[in-house]
Design a protein around this ligand. Structure first.
Ligand code: C2O
Length: 547
């Protein structure tokens, strides 16, 4: 196994998109940032040097970080931010994960532009569980604001209203030639006729689930979130922010140019959404161009599902299986039920005009079990836990919602006004955990991509309506459910996940729509150390930033 050392310099760089230039926070001047390529079993050492004027951390999304929670990255959860002028070296080893992950800033909305891919190939000497592709390409789906994203979220936090939606989606940082001033920089994915291509697709967008398709080509899904899946064929993918999907495509069509396209799956009922279509071009290279030259060939635009096509999204997510029988945890020790969704906070009347510009003079909020998560500002949760610092958090996060009602009804807000707290839930080492993630419909029902740090989990079932503990058990797949790090909880529905708490530390569970984490749709687990030396969290690195 190798050790890969890199330096990430965070700095403002002029980036021009949609005809305008913005001073953009980037890594090493690149947007999107550098791609990390490793093999399963390798170690990464990434020195992050902050030359920007914002506090910042980097999170290695989906990396299990076994016993190395100090390198996980979420600001004020596992570390204090790297201050302007400061640096921190993240050191961690990839253990047992193969496929595609990614990394992103985990401070405010900086991940809008500070992100990149993490490609994990099989252990040296091992091969893919499918025929070796001739070529591999990484496609990072993102969002671009014709503004500074930090200003967008600050404005929303100040007013209590919903933030502005982005101005375009992007593929590898490019809107594509359907958008203004974007033609010549459109991302091109080269293929050769007769060859097989592995595409690694990441939804790095801030606030939108995305449909993804390629004109005239079938997509064979072989992996997701750095785990292999039982291959299945589809024409459309749906990815929630945080999720990755690896697909094989055969370049078997009449040689030409074909659009690769992505657009929002905006499940929120009646909420505004960004309906731009971003494109890249799949281009056959090993063929002679027509007489007028290759530039004259117009790509074929594929149909994409409508923004509210929940049926297509559901069919896709229900197609996932592990490649073989897996050991799903049974004899559950911790049976948890988390109601996840939006809420609204009433405002004292004098504040109403300025700070309460949400629906009917309220402020938007979001919660799990009515607890709207607030990060500490003087310590990281992990540091406070390990050093026994009192007053930073409590450990009384409720195992079930405080009141029961029809979560799929658009209930009155008087029933459910989130309370701002920093509540954690303690898990014993190796506890077998089941969580029912139940979407609520307080203000609006929508799909929530729920991400757990430090773990992969099995998604053993999902469905619509209220989860029924008696009858829905029959739907559990305890044979070959998929292993993921982000679950798309269906709009007005639920997902059930299981994992074994074998990685000590403090681990954030949150909605990966950044607007929802801004509003508090998060909680964190403390996983205690085990007894054996190899069952304990390692000591913090000497250069860990302090607050
Ligand atoms: Cu990809 Cu807490 O994030």
């Amino acid at each position: 196994a190798k050790v890969h050392s890199h330096q990430f310099v965070i700095q403002a760089t002029p980036v021009k998109r949609l005809c305008k230039t913005h001073n953009t926070i980037t890594v090493n001047g690149q947007y999107p940032g550098p791609t990390l390529e490793v093999n399963n079993g390798d170690t990464l050492e990434i020195k992050v040097v902050n030359k920007a004027r914002y506090n910042l951390t980097i999170h290695w999304h989906g990396v299990r970080q076994m016993r190395t929670a100090w390198a996980d990255g979420p600001e004020f959860v596992t570390q204090c931010p790297i201050r302007p002028g400061g640096s921190y070296t993240y050191r961690f080893t990839i253990q047992g994960q193969e496929g595609t992950l990614w990394w992103h800033a985990h401070s405010s909305w900086l991940r809008a532009t500070v992100y990149g891919g993490l490609i994990i190939r099989p252990k040296e000497g091992d091969s893919y569980p499918f025929p070796k592709p001739n070529r591999e390409s990484l496609l990072l789906l993102g969002e671009w604001w014709d503004a500074n994203p930090i200003d967008v979220v600050r404005e929303a936090t100040r007013t209590g209203a919903a933030p502005n939606v982005s101005d375009t989606f992007t593929i590898n940082g490019q809107p594509g030639d359907l958008l203004k001033c974007s033609g010549k920089d459109t991302t091109v994915v080269p293929v050769n006729f007769g060859e097989t291509n592995l595409l690694r697709i990441v939804n790095s967008a801030l606030n939108q689930q995305l449909f993804f398709t390629i004109a005239n080509h079938k997509l064979t899904v072989v992996g997701a979130d750095a785990s292999y899946v039982k291959p299945f064929t589809t024409s459309v993918l749906m990815l929630g922010p945080g999720q990755t999907t690896d697909v094989l495509i055969a370049a078997d069509q009449p040689p030409a140019k074909y659009y690769i396209a992505a657009r929002a799956y905006a499940s929120a009922q009646g909420a505004p959404f960004d309906n731009t279509t971003t494109t890249a071009i799949l281009e056959y290279k090993n063929i002679p161009c027509p007489p007028k030259g290759c530039a004259s060939v117009k790509p074929i635009l594929p149909p994409l599902p409508a923004y509210n096509d929940t049926a297509t999204s559901t069919t896709f997510s229900k197609s996932f299986r592990s490649p073989r029988k897996v050991l799903v945890p049974t004899d559950i020790d911790e049976s948890l039920y988390f109601a996840v969704g939006l809420g609204l906070q009433n405002c004292p009347s004098r504040a109403r005009a300025r700070n309460c510009q949400g629906p009917n003079g309220t402020r938007f909020a979001a919660s799990m079990n009515n607890a709207s998560f607030v990060l500490p500002s003087n310590f990281s949760l992990l540091q406070a836990y390990k050093q026994g610092i009192p007053g930073v958090f409590t450990t009384d996060f409720p195992a079930a919602p405080p009141v029961k009602f029809d979560y799929t009804g658009n209930v009155s807000r008087s029933l459910w006004q989130p309370v701002k707290t920093t509540k954690l839930y303690k898990l014993k080492y190796e506890a077998r955990v089941q969580i029912v993630l139940q979407g609520t419909s307080i203000f609006t029902a929508e799909n929530h991509p729920i991400h757990l740090h430090g773990y992969d989990f099995y998604i053993i079932a999902e469905g619509f309506g209220n989860f029924n503990p008696k009858t829905d058990k029959a739907k559990f797949n305890l044979v070959d459910p998929p292993l993921r790090n982000t679950a798309s909880v269906p709009v007005g529905g639920w997902s059930v996940i299981r994992f074994v708490a074998d990685n000590p530390g403090v681990w954030l569970l949150h909605c990966h729509l950044d607007v929802h984490i801004t509003w508090g749709l998060a909680m964190a687990f403390i996983v205690e150390d085990g007894v054996g030396e190899l069952q304990k969290l390692e000591a913090p690195p000497a250069d860990l930033p302090v607050c």
